[in-house]
Design a protein around this ligand. Structure first.
Ligand code: NAD
Length: 476
């Protein structure tokens, strides 16, 4: 069976008037507590694993239609980690869901009788996803929510309509509507969703919309996980040898221009120590030549910008920066194509240094003192989603580690930490709050509850708590 749309890829939006009913029917379904069965959760996740595996070609084709993403990139950046996460959760869910014995309370030993800590589901949760990795960013939280026993309303991005059409059909034909419902649409549909009461919301996207989501959630006291973006810096230190520098540059250029820079944890800007600056610039030119010398707007293997709005924003940035083009600068609006473009001579007040770039533009700043450059990161763009340092000097690494607060810190490489689906992933401050992936998702979508059971024969131990109190004025 094929899920590909045969109507030109037009994504069918959910009727707004049906949204309250969708949420209330999931609430009713949650209260049947069918998902208390761990075997049922495992069955749903196994079905999902098999469906994604057998429809991976279609998922790749849809993303190619949406923004010219190559099959290789979709297979390695999205399908592999999604399947790996499903496998990891399926194999561990019984262990995570098993009640643990409660902690020992030394001051109140008698309270430790009959105690356990159990993880209970939250109820009906809402997951809102971004466009740039629309499989991994959607299925990963959906898996965590179902693994923890919740019912889910899932809102994919409207910016990738072919993909969202395939994913919706895949989910609807794999998971019972008693447990998962997909709501498609743009701002009006999401606004209507946010008027409903959920037991948790996990939102992936920009900080601007993150604030709207948080405000809407606060009306119902709904807890929110925000997976946002930001300006993630990479520092290149003078401690690298020429051969290490070459490798560092290769890793950075790969991370920056994969998915045409539309990645939340990509290198947003590059800071290079003046001691290795000339050599680094030479390596950058050689690496771009090696990776992209034959690239133009009709080449395969390089992603285009997903939306006209995103393309216009990037082209306007290219027009307003005062930097000098080191490589690139070529665009093709008919295909929303922007060649990998790197700028030197950038200062902290340049337009490219204001907000997250989220596209294939890389500003470079030369620095002479790593202490100062770390202070500049903190005063301009503290709490990024990721921070990268390429260094062999442990005092420099330590400086970055102790001073810059970031969602993740990666030394001598970038981006691949997100593929560790067993580790918690999330931002801090402006880049968001809360974590997910693997057991961290299971915890995010459940509540840890202490359950105590007392005995009636122990009543003598408790008698002093009852009024009338004796010795009320006794010195403590
Ligand atoms: P976006 O904020 O434009 O959209 C995300 C979702 O919010 C979409 O489903 C969209 O329909 C919905 N939305 C948009 N405007 C809305 C409004 N006014 N009211 C209610 N809902 C609205 O983000 P995007 O362009 O899809 O993604 C890019 C951003 O996401 C970047 O900032 C990037 O760094 C961030 N991101 C973060 C992560 C992460 O894991 N931390 C991952 C991917 C992307």
């Amino acid at each position: 069976m094929s899920f590909a749309s045969n109507d030109g890829g037009v994504l069918k939006y959910t009727d707004i008037s049906s949204i309250p009913n969708i949420v209330s029917s999931l609430n009713q379904s949650f209260h049947t507590r069918a998902l208390d069965s761990i075997d049922l959760r495992i069955k749903i996740l196994t079905d999902l694993y098999n469906a994604i595996r057998s429809h991976s070609e279609e998922l790749c084709e849809a993303l190619y239609k949406d923004f010219h993403r190559s099959k290789f990139e979709t297979a390695t950046h999205e399908i592999s980690p999604t399947l790996a996460e499903l496998q990891h959760v399926i194999s561990n869910i019984k262990k995570w869901a098993k009640p643990k014995s409660g902690p020992y309370a030394p001051a109140l030993p008698f309270l430790t009788m009959g105690k356990k800590l159990e993880r209970i589901p939250l109820g009906v949760v809402l997951i809102i996803s971004a466009f740039n990795y629309p499989l991994f960013l959607s299925i990963s939280p959906v898996v965590g929510a179902i693994a923890a026993g919740n019912c889910v309303v899932f809102k994919p991005s409207e910016i990738t309509p072919h993909f969202s059409t395939v994913l919706t059909k895949l989910l609807e034909s794999t998971v019972s509507p008693d447990y998962l419902r997909v709501v498609n649409g743009a701002i009006p549909e999401t606004t209507s969703l946010l008027e409903q009461k959920f037991d948790k919301i996990l939102y992936t996207g920009s900080g601007r919309v993150g604030k709207i989501v948080s405000q809407a959630a606060a009306r119902h006291l709904t807890p929110v996980v925000l997976e946002l973006g930001g300006k993630s810096p990479a520092i290149i230190s003078k401690s690298l040898s020429n051969s290490e520098l070459k490798i560092a540059i290769k890793r950075i250029i790969w991370a920056k221009f994969a998915n045409a820079g539309q990645i939340c944890v990509t290198v947003d800007y590059l800071l290079i120590d003046e001691v290795v600056y000339d050599e680094a610039i030479k390596c950058i030119q050689e690496t771009v030549k090696e990776f992209f010398s034959k690239l133009d707007s009709s080449s395969e293997g390089y992603t285009h910008i997903a939306s006209q709005r995103g393309y216009d924003r990037l082209v306007s940035l290219m027009g307003s920066t005062k930097g000098d083009i080191l490589v690139g600068g070529v665009t093709d609006e008919t295909k929303r194509f922007i060649y990998p473009t790197i700028y030197t001579g950038i200062t902290w007040d340049d337009s490219l240094m204001e907000d997250e770039i989220f596209g294939p533009l890389l500003p470079i700043i030369k620095f002479s003192d790593i202490n100062h450059t770390i202070s500049d990161i903190i005063s301009n763009h503290d709490t990024p989603l990721a921070a990268y340092i390429f260094s062999q000097d442990s005092s420099e690494i330590n400086l970055m580690q102790t001073r810059v607060r970031s969602g993740g810190l990666f030394i001598n490489d970038c981006m691949i930490h997100v593929g560790n689906i067993a580790a918690p992933f999330g931002g801090i401050g402006k880049s968001g709050h809360g974590t997910y992936h693997g057991e961290s998702s299971f915890k995010t979508f459940s509540h840890e509850r202490m359950v105590l059971r007392n005995q009636y024969w122990s009543e003598k131990l408790y008698e002093s708590r009852y009024p009338p109190y004796k010795n009320t004025n006794k010195k403590l």
